[in-house]
Design a protein around this ligand. Structure first.
Ligand SMILES: [Zn+2]
Length: 381
């Protein structure tokens, strides 16, 4: 309740609000001064408990005290106890059911795909190493349709290994990135010269700023949990969409923070669409473009797990090269390019974005991809 409401409920004529009631007043005011933290809530609870103890001694039971005529302290105590309970689990929204929200990378010489002759025979949620396989489902994914000829059929053993291997390396990259962020979160400024991890942070997310670092830290925690849980890989190769798709995720938020403990968890598997371009040899061949593969997957996971957007690039002097859907930081589409194909998604454009627009860099999918793949390059694996 507000301080004003509490004051009204516990008013006593000709009596100063000092002693135990004054302590509750101060703790309640502090709690209502942002940020509302769990520590402040605990302080408030202690003040309420102390009030009860003092009045129990004086009146036999605190409810007999003049202040408690309208049960104000009891009511506030109930509200505080409720707020201190762990937050109930909320089912996160997974898929945004609008095709327009699907973010993807298109790569590979699409025209060069050979036509297969077999019908695909995958089963839902076939468990693989670190991921599960899901076939195209025309009802769930009604925004595209199955092709009518030229099927590629079931994933071959080589293709299955390629997915497993790419995800294994992505998992390593996210592990390195997460551990680096744990270390970066502990410093109060960057060293001079910056360490390799700090330099990579700066080139991805910009200069030192504790608030931004905390956001990036939490986001990598969610990304790491999402890959540790094992993504659900949807095989889109035999769909119109999948003919030209490399990898894609709908934007979504998988992370939940427990209100009581502050612990971060993910409550559902990340759904990732893979198309034919993921498997093509040549330009994006897994063997000779490992970093790009990992960077691209982290980019897509960032859309799907932490609701990252594609931010447009800025030039060397920090001038926007394209419009954003919103420049209001609390908007879901803050920083999102109004044209999906105009985005800061190269090492250079990500670095410039971090340098000039760091608040946008921390919501940009590719900034996460660059940081994670850079960590993998640095630590190897
Ligand atoms: Zn994207």
């Amino acid at each position: 309740m507000t301080f004003a409401a509490f004051k009204k409920l516990t008013a006593k004529n000709f009596s100063l609000r000092n002693g135990a009631i004054g302590d509750i007043d101060a703790a309640l005011k502090a709690y209502h001064t942002p940020p509302a933290t769990k520590d402040k809530l605990n302080t408030l609870k202690q003040a309420i408990d102390a009030f009860k103890q003092v009045k129990n001694l004086k009146h036999g039971n605190y409810t007999q005290s003049g202040r408690e005529g309208k049960s104000g302290v009891t009511l506030l105590g109930t509200q505080v106890a409720e707020a201190l309970k762990p937050a109930p689990l909320v089912t996160p929204s997974t898929l945004v059911s609008a095709h327009g929200n699907l973010r993807q990378v298109q790569q590979g010489p699409v025209g060069a795909f050979p036509s297969g002759t077999n019908y695909r025979v995958g089963a839902e949620n076939t468990r693989m190493e670190g991921w599960s396989y899901a076939p195209f489902d025309p009802v769930e994914f009604s925004w595209t349709s199955a092709i009518t000829s030229g099927f590629h059929g079931a994933l071959s053993l080589t293709q299955t290994s390629r997915v497993t291997e790419a995800l294994r390396r992505t998992k390593m990259a996210l592990g390195f990135a997460h551990r680096a962020m744990v270390r970066i979160s502990k410093v109060t400024s960057f060293s001079s010269p910056a360490t390799t991890e700090e330099a990579l942070y700066i080139s991805s997310f910009g200069s030192y700023d504790a608030r931004r670092i905390a956001r990036v830290m939490r986001n990598f925690t969610v990304l790491k949990l999402a890959i540790d849980r094992g993504p659900r890989i949807v095989d889109m190769r035999d769909t119109d969409y999948g003919l030209r798709c490399y990898a894609a995720c709908f934007r979504g938020t998988l992370g939940q923070t427990d209100g009581g403990t502050g612990q971060v968890s993910v409550l559902s598997a990340l759904t990732v669409f893979l198309g034919r371009a993921f498997f093509v040899s040549g330009t994006m061949n897994y063997g000779d473009s490992t970093d790009a593969t990992v960077g691209t997957l982290v980019h897509e996971f960032a859309h799907g797990a932490i609701n990252a957007v594609d931010v447009p690039p800025v030039d060397a002097s920090g001038t926007w090269l394209h419009a954003r859907e919103s420049d209001i930081p609390t908007d879901t589409n803050f920083g999102a390019s109004t044209d999906n194909s105009v985005q800061a998604s190269t090492a250079t454009t990500v670095r410039l974005l971090g340098q000039h627009k760091p608040d946008y860099a921390i919501v940009n999918a590719d900034s996460y991809g660059q940081f994670a793949s850079g960590m993998l390059r640095h630590y190897g694996g």
